[in-house]
Design a protein around this ligand. Structure first.
Ligand code: AHG
Ligand code: MN
Ligand code: MN
Length: 354
């Protein structure tokens, strides 16, 4: 007897296999307008960059000149890895002659990079962290990339990219690539958060999870506890709390994308607070914190500096840093409550002594 479910099951799996990233963007926008086509094409180019970088990472231990440091220091004062430079250049290459993106700003470049041939038509800026977690590269652990798309305003004649010094609400799209056991791309254009897996046999990112919602609470706290004595007392209060209560577990990979990805799917909180030496913390607002804040809010979670919503922060410089507390709503609220308690106590102490 014929299996009546068979054609339906086949139809479903074919439909799934055909939901590529570029098609998904058009579906989300419910339009074939020029703007929708542009966004879809931009995502497609980001996917191409991800495939090229993924290919190099997967063979990095075998090819000459893929691993190790370049011997230079970037604008952030951090030693540059060869893979940082490679990935940075890949992003630029895929957008050259594309007519899509006029300007690119990266953690690895002092100043924005212009693609003048694209500027008459493509009024977008791509902001990106080409390799996130680069300390993991040489030991074959997970790394990522983070990106955001913003509209380019003005013509930059007065100041260098000052139109980018606006809050995270101005982002049109944001996402990340995770280079793990499989390569995944997670993005949002303001209509939910969606995850794609690279199918190497097709060379395409295929839809894997749609409209991801972060749980309201999760067991994971993810932070570099080696900084414990560098933090403010309020952060230490929170860590003491999770140590003393059941149901918490620590996970920290050294790559924000990987740690964030776990929390997006399973709940919990990632913290990179300010330290004595770096009161603003380590993470960059435009290339790391704001794009991930956009995603987590789209997934129903929260992102905060501890005292302010990340998406409301206006950067004072292109490479500005912020403390970051991001993840499940209840867990971010809990961290903030310790910060508020300490702030209240110190205000009361000031009042009492005056
Ligand atoms: P990047 O490799 O882009 O410089 O980013 C590294 C970041 C982030 O991925 C990670 O969460 C954090 O730095 C780790 O910093 P610590 O080693 O200080 O914990
Ligand atoms: Mn990074
Ligand atoms: Mn980086």
């Amino acid at each position: 007897m014929a299996d009546v479910d068979q054609p339906l099951a086949q139809e479903h799996s074919l439909d799934r296999d055909c939901t590529t990233l570029s098609r998904h963007v058009l579906q989300q926008l419910q339009s074939f307008s020029a703007e929708a086509q542009d966004l879809s094409a931009i995502m497609n180019r980001i996917a191409l960059a991800a495939k090229l970088i993924s290919r190099r990472l997967s063979r990095a231990g075998l090819v000459e000149g893929a691993l190790g440091f370049t011997g230079t220091v970037n604008v952030q004062g951090e030693s540059v890895k060869k893979m940082d430079t490679y990935a940075n250049d890949v992003f630029i290459s895929v957008f050259k002659q594309s007519g899509l993106v006029c300007r690119m700003a990266s953690e690895e470049m002092d100043k924005p990079y212009y693609l003048p041939e694209n500027c008459p038509i493509g009024r977008y800026t791509l902001l990106y962290d080409p390799i996130d977690g680069s300390s993991n590269v040489d030991i074959n652990l997970n790394v990522g990339a983070i990106f955001a798309i913003r509209k380019q305003e003005g013509n930059d004649s007065d100041c260098d990219a000052c139109d980018l010094l606006q809050q995270g609400h101005e982002q049109i799209a944001a996402g990340y690539v995770l280079y793990g056991p499989s390569t995944m791309l997670v993005y949002s254009i303001g209509t939910g958060v969606h995850a794609f897996v690279l199918d190497p046999s097709l060379g395409e990112f295929i839809l894997a999870s749609e409209n991801i919602q972060v749980p309201d609470h999760g067991p994971v706290y993810s932070t570099n506890e080696g900084n414990f004595w560098q933090w403010e007392e309020s952060i230490r209060d929170y860590i003491r709390y999770v140590h003393r209560h059941e149901g918490y577990t620590a996970r920290y990979s050294g790559a924000l994308v990987g740690d964030f990805h776990r929390i997006l799917f399973q709940g919990g909180v990632f913290l990179y607070p300010g330290t004595l030496k770096k009161p603003e913390g380590k993470l960059r607002l435009l290339y790391e914190s704001a794009p991930l804040a956009f995603l987590i809010e789209q997934a129903g979670g929260r992102a905060s500096t501890g005292v302010k919503r990340i998406l409301d922060v206006v950067p004072d410089a292109l490479h500005a840093r912020t403390p970051l507390i991001i993840g499940s709503t209840e867990d971010v609220n809990l961290v903030e409550s310790f910060i508020q308690d300490r702030a209240r106590a110190s205000q009361e102490a000031v009042v009492a002594s005056s």
